[in-house]
Design a protein around this ligand. Structure first.
Ligand code: GMT
Length: 372
C-alpha cells in the first residue's frame, strides 16, 4: 500500500507512535510518506521505502500567524498528486485530519484516498472539546473513513463528547520489545552505588504534575538514599526547580533534557513516577514496563489499561503524593518485589502491546477500508 502519515514532529508519544508505525510499515514493504512541519523526532536515519516531506511555512506581514493547517493540506495534496496515496493516516484530529480531508476534497476523484484518524488524547480532552474547535474536530472525525483511539478510555470519552455516527475503534499503542528491554545496568552514572534511581520522563506540561514528582521524591528521600532523574523539558520545569529549591533537594535531582534514545537510560531506573492528571494511554509507563521497570502512576484515564495495579506497579489517586511515596519506599527497600513487578510489566507489554501486533492491526484496517 501507499500510505501517507501526518503527525506532530516533537518528542511526544503521538509522534513517536506515528513514526515507529511508518517505519514498521515500510519494513513490511509498504511505501510511506511523512508530511510534517519539521522532520519527525524519531526519523533520524535513512529507511528504505520511507519519504519525508516538510511543509513550508509562510511568513507575510499581513498574516499574524502562519496558516499551518492550510499549508499542510496543500502539501498533502501535492504529495498525493505526485506519488499517489491509498490511505492517509492522520495522528490527531486537529489540524492533521482536517488538513487531510481538505486535501482530499481538492483532488480529482481518481486521486482520492481513504483517511484514518488516530486520536491520542489531548486533541479530544483539551483541544477538541473547546467550543472554538468542537465543530471542526467533530467534522474531521465524521469525514474520516475510520477513527481509532489509543485506549478504551479515550474511545469512550470521544463517543460520549462527540456523539459520532460511527463507532471509534481502539488500537492500543505499542512498544518495540527488541529495543526496550532491561539490560544489566551500570546505573548509567546517574547515582552513587548506595542510591536508588527514580525517573520521570515527560514534556513537563501542567497535566504531567511534575511538582508532585519532586514532592513525592522528597518523602522517599527522607527514608531511602535516592537520586531523581528528570528527562524531557517544558513549561513546568521552572516550577519543579522552585519546589526542589524550597525543599532543599536540588543536589539530588538531575535534569537530562530531551533524549532521543530513551531506551538507553530507562533500564537504569529502579522505578518510574508518572503522576499525571490524566493520560489517554501513557507511553512512558509502557516503555518502562518493557524494560522491566515498575511504574508508580495515577489511576486516571487510559493508564489504567496499561499499568496493572499491584502487578506491574501501583496506581494512586491524582495528587496523593503520600501514597506514591509509600509505594516507592516499599519497592525500593524490597528489590525482589520490584524485580518481580518489573518482570510482570515486561510480560504484560509482550502479551498486549507488542509492535508486531499493533502494526498488523493498522495494516488490516487500511486493507479493510480499501476493499470497501
Ligand atoms: O502527553 C503529552 O503531552 C503528549 C501527547 C502527544 O501528543 O504525544 O501524548 C498523548 O499521546 C500519547 C501517545 O498516544 C499518549 O501516550 C499520552 O497519554 C497522551 N497524553 C495525554 O493524554 C495527556
Amino acid at each position: 500500500m501507499r500510505i501517507g502519515i501526518t503527525c506532530h514532529p516533537s518528542a511526544g508519544g503521538s509522534g513517536i507512535i506515528a513514526t515507529d508505525l511508518g517505519i514498521a510499515l515500510a519494513e513490511r514493504g509498504h511505501t510511506v510518506h511523512f508530511v510534517t512541519s519539521e522532520p519527525p523526532f524519531r526519523l533520524t536515519q535513512f529507511h528504505r521505502n520511507v519519504h519525508s516531506h516538510i511543509v513550508s511555512q509562510i511568513s507575510y506581514p499581513l498574516l499574524r500567524q502562519s496558516p499551518g493547517g492550510l499549508t499542510l493540506a496543500a502539501k498533502i495534496a501535492d504529495v498525493v498528486d505526485e506519488y499517489g496515496i491509498d490511505v492517509w493516516h492522520a495522528h490527531y484530529a486537529i489540524p492533521n485530519a482536517a488538513s487531510a480531508i481538505i486535501a482530499r476534497s481538492m483532488l480529482p476523484d481518481d486521486k482520492r484516498f481513504k483517511v484514518v484518524t488516530t486520536l491520542h488524547g489531548t486533541d479530544i480532552t483539551l483541544v477538541g472539546t473547546d467550543p472554538s474547535f468542537y465543530r471542526v474536530t467533530r467534522y474531521a472525525m465524521e469525514q474520516s473513513d475510520a477513527v481509532t483511539a489509543v485506549s478504551n478510555w479515550l474511545r469512550d470519552a470521544t463517543e460520549r463528547e462527540f456523539n459520532l455516527s460511527r463507532p471509534v475503534r481502539t488500537i492500543y499503542n505499542f512498544v518495540d520489545l527488541q529495543k526496550y528491554r532491561g539490560v544489566p545496568s551500570n546505573r548509567c552514572d546517574l547515582a552513587t552505588p548506595d542510591e536508588k534511581v527514580i525517573m520521570h520522563i515527560s514534556n513537563f506540561r501542567p497535566v504531567k504534575r511534575v511538582t508532585d514528582v519532586v514532592r513525592a521524591f522528597k518523602r522517599v528521600l527522607d527514608r531511602v538514599p535516592a537520586s531523581l532523574v528528570m528527562i524531557g523539558d517544558g513549561p513546568e520545569k521552572i516550577s519543579a526547580d522552585g519546589v526542589a529549591r524550597q525543599l532543599g533537594i536540588t543536589d539530588k535531582i538531575k535534569y537530562l533534557g530531551i533524549i532521543e534514545n530513551i531506551e538507553s537510560v530507562l533500564p537504569c531506573a529502579d522505578l518510574i513516577f508518572q503522576p499525571s492528571e490524566h493520560e489517554s494511554f501513557g507511553l512512558v509507563p509502557l516503555e518502562a514496563m518493557a524494560c522491566g521497570v515498575p511504574v508508580i502512576g495515577t489511576a486516571s484515564g487510559g493508564i489504567t489499561e496499561v499499568v496493572q495495579h499491584g502487578v506491574t506497579g501501583y496506581l494512586c489517586e491524582v495528587g496523593d503524593i503520600e501514597t506514591m511515596a509509600k509505594y516507592a519506599v516499599q519497592l525500593l527497600t524490597n528489590p525482589q518485589q520490584a524485580h518481580d513487578m518489573g518482570q510482570e510489566g515486561r510480560k504484560r507489554a509482550t502479551n498486549l502491546f507488542s509492535k508486531e501486533q499493533r502494526v498488523k492491526e493498522y495494516e488490516d484496517l487500511y486493507a479493510e477500508l480499501l476493499e470497501k
